[in-house]
Design a protein around this ligand. Structure first.
Ligand code: HEC
Ligand code: HEC
Length: 286
């Protein structure tokens, strides 16, 4: 039989493996450069964003964070629409990563205000008490811009002299935040990651003071980092005198806003959000 003829067996085995290689390696390279897969709204990095990306690589953030939403229910439920190749058209090299000690960052852009990122990078535990992310407060040193222009040229990204000039005085932190805010922010389905409010908007706990202790604990856990322990405001606005209908407050907390209020619909659910609304409204000065 075949295995008794070593030369022919070797040749056939090589051919089989080669076909496998071509199909799984070469063909995708070909598809990935197909202009039909490009996403028009995805733009190249600006000089500041590109420097941030290089710091991200230097610090090895990709050892703990992925940048790709896999086509699995567990991923799409949490991060929205799965990643398409066109989203990474300007990533050379891509930073998909393979470990998720921290959450995926492919869609982090626009999820939080800049000030949240600065505080979180300086001291992650101040924003997320149980975080095991290291501190990056040293990023507040000046940004080295000596190679920026050459990097932009090498990658063939468009830039203006004005953009290069504006880099003077920037810190590594500025670059990092600019990079994080770009991630996933220019894809059309970005908004799909935000929860939609469904059902009737009537507070089942209106004036029900019994829910206040639970709601207060929820507030301290989920909201105080941005709105302050005493509701006086910090990264987010003060909530101590909300003069808005319950339904509006609910919608903001459930679905988030473009200006940096994260959506809590998926993590807290309707009941707990109504309790929080009751808690916030109980502070309103009448
Ligand atoms: C040791 C692993 C580790 C490293 C290294 C690390 N992180 Fe994190 N990161 C985490 C964990 C865990 C969380 C979730 C808790 C939190 O928000 O702090 C997180 C959260 C984040 C978040 C918030 C994500 C969200 O959706 O709320 C951002 C942004 C972030 N990291 C950026 C970075 C950047 C930038 C670097 C590199 C400078 C970095 N991380 C390095 C573990 C890590
Ligand atoms: C990452 C920081 C952050 C966290 C965490 C956060 N918020 Fe916000 N919140 C903001 C920002 C920023 C705004 C302003 C958004 C805007 O102007 O669109 C805001 C706005 C709001 C508003 C609207 C205020 C107004 O005057 O209209 C409400 C209500 C609110 N947040 C409630 C909450 C509640 C309840 C929680 C906890 C479940 C929470 N927030 C957690 C950042 C945060």
């Amino acid at each position: 039989m075949l295995e008794k003829k070593p030369i022919i067996f070797l040749l056939l085995a090589t051919v089989t493996i080669l076909i496998g290689t071509v199909v799984t390696m070469v063909a995708p390279f070909w598809w990935i450069n197909d202009p039909k897969l490009a996403i028009a709204s995805v733009k190249p990095y600006t000089p500041l964003q590109l420097e941030g990306r290089d710091i991200y690589i230097r610090e090895g953030c990709n050892n703990c964070h992925t940048q790709t939403v896999r086509p699995l229910l567990s991923d799409t439920e949490r991060y929205g629409e799965y990643s398409k190749s066109g989203e990474f058209a300007y990533d050379q090299p891509f930073l998909w990563g393979s470990r998720r000690t921290g959450p995926d960052l492919a869609r982090i852009g626009g999820k939080y205000p800049d000030a949240w990122h600065v505080k979180h990078m300086k001291d992650p535990q101040s924003m997320v008490p149980r975080s095991n992310m290291p501190r990056y407060d040293f990023l507040q040193r000046p940004l080295d811009t000596s190679l920026t222009e050459r990097k932009m040229k090498t990658l063939k990204f468009p830039y203006t002299q004005d953009q290069i000039a504006q880099l003077s005085g920037k810190t590594e932190m500025d670059a990092m935040v600019a990079y994080l805010q770009k991630l996933g922010n220019d894809i059309p389905w970005r908004k799909a990651a935000r929860a939609e409010v469904v059902g009737e908007l009537k507070n089942p706990y209106q004036d029900n003071m019994a829910v206040l202790p639970e709601a207060k604990a929820l507030y301290q856990q989920n909201c105080a980092q941005c709105h302050g322990k005493e509701l006086k405001g910090d990264v987010g606005p003060a909530l101590s005198d909300l003069d808005k209908p319950d339904a509006d407050v609910f919608t903001t907390v459930y679905g988030g806003t473009q200006a940096g209020m994260p959506a809590f619909g998926d993590t807290l659910g309707k009941e707990r959000i109504w309790k929080l609304v009751t808690f916030l409204k109980s502070h309103q000065k009448r």
